[in-house]
Design a protein around this ligand. Structure first.
Ligand SMILES: [Zn+2]
Length: 111
């Protein structure tokens, strides 16, 4: 299971991804910095900071939380902070309702 897109692949296709880029430091090979990633996600992530990669598609943060329970607290906090919240949803609904109000002003059924 890819920790970013959540899709299932054969074991042979999977790659090991350093959630925080390795930058030649041995500590980054720790298990709490590694997840399984599919080739497409790994390639797309390669040149991006972890936060930029997760922000580009928020479902990646959701999947990383689901499949990355073993990750370091710092990485889990990062993923959690990027998961769309109920507050985001409420704001989206409120803005859609505002737009409906605007439409009502132009309703042909008004006097
Ligand atoms: Zn993937």
């Amino acid at each position: 299971m890819c920790a970013y897109c959540g899709r299932r692949f054969t074991a042979a296709a999977m790659t090991l991804d350093h959630v925080a880029p390795r930058r030649g430091r041995k500590a980054y090979d720790r298990r709490d910095n590694l997840v399984l990633a599919c080739p497409a996600c790994n390639a797309e992530k390669r040149d991006l900071a972890p936060i930029a990669f997760l922000l580009a598609r928020r479902t990646r943060a959701v999947n990383l939380l689901r499949y990355g329970a073993h990750l370091s607290p710092m990485l889990i906090d990062l993923a959690r902070s990027l998961v769309p919240t109920e507050a985001d949803d409420a704001a989206a609904v409120a803005s859609e309702l505002d737009q409906l109000d605007d439409l009502d002003d132009e309703s042909p059924y008004l006097d």
